[in-house]
Design a protein around this ligand. Structure first.
Ligand SMILES: [Zn+2]
Length: 138
């Protein structure tokens, strides 16, 4: 990632937090997984895309995606900043294609993969349904 548009210090601070861990969305997903009786590792760097939660033995991985950074299609949180709009569009496209690549590789390796969008974490029952789907393969 070497594409940096001129940014003000405040924004570059924000950008440095792209990979910030322990956001509230992640905390919610972690507790939902524990409630479902799943055991997991956090931020599994040895797997493609460093899933936020994964269990290698049971072959599942969960990515928690911020709606802004990963540009959730159709989501009201997926805004495009008016300043440096072209830069942001390119950034979102590259984030999304990186996500897609990692997921493809994981699925090929036999993993069940769930993408949990940040906005889904405010809906506990849909979140649980999504997670149980990959924890208990049909
Ligand atoms: Zn969203």
């Amino acid at each position: 990632m070497r594409s940096f548009a001129p940014v003000d210090p405040k924004r570059s601070l924000l950008m440095g937090r792209i990979r910030q861990r322990g956001t509230s969305a992640e905390l919610i997903v972690g507790s939902a997984l524990r409630e479902l009786g799943a055991s997991y590792r956090l931020n599994v760097r040895s797997l493609p895309g460093s899933p936020d939660f994964a269990n290698r033995r049971r072959k599942w991985a969960v990515f928690v995606h911020g709606c802004f950074w990963h540009h959730h299609t159709g989501c009201r949180r997926a805004t495009i900043p008016k300043t440096n709009e072209a830069f942001w569009r390119e950034k979102f496209v590259s984030n999304r294609s990186r996500d897609a690549r990692a997921i493809k590789v994981l699925r090929k390796a036999g993993f069940r993969v769930a993408i949990v969008w940040e906005c889904l974490t405010s809906d506990p029952s849909r979140l649980r349904a999504k997670l149980s789907n990959i924890l208990e393969p049909s």
